[in-house]
Unconditional design. Sequence first.
Length: 152
Amino acid sequence: MEGVQLSSARNNVYPLGILETNIVFPHPAGSVKTKTDIVVMNNCKSQLIVHGNDYLNILVSSNKDAYKEEFVIDQLVEAQINPSLSPRMRQELINVLYTYKNAFTSDNEPLGAINGHEVDITLNIDRPYPSVLRRKAYAASPRDREALAKHI
């Protein structure tokens, strides 16, 4: 610890040595083991150890996976997903359902049980046609039609 100047909020502190150890943060989704150097001080009493936040990135990502697994177990247990889907397609479907779960579920109603999201689409193909169906597929001015006819 030569050449290192440490200080607290009030005065300088004098290090006695370094204790190198591994600290394990247990978590159901996977524990995190980090190498930690603890500096032992001569003139101060430590009441807590402040550790860096690098381990939080690992825990947050594993927590997201845990939430997703919980969603699959709780919400998709009765879902009838087409068995002919490949595993990759099934996983992509689950990812979409999880990402947009608020559109399909609520606190009170599980996946697929929400009322009010039904849409009644009626196609009007009888005369008189709606304006959208009366439009030409590729609207072009007479000048543009002439130019297209030359190229065709």
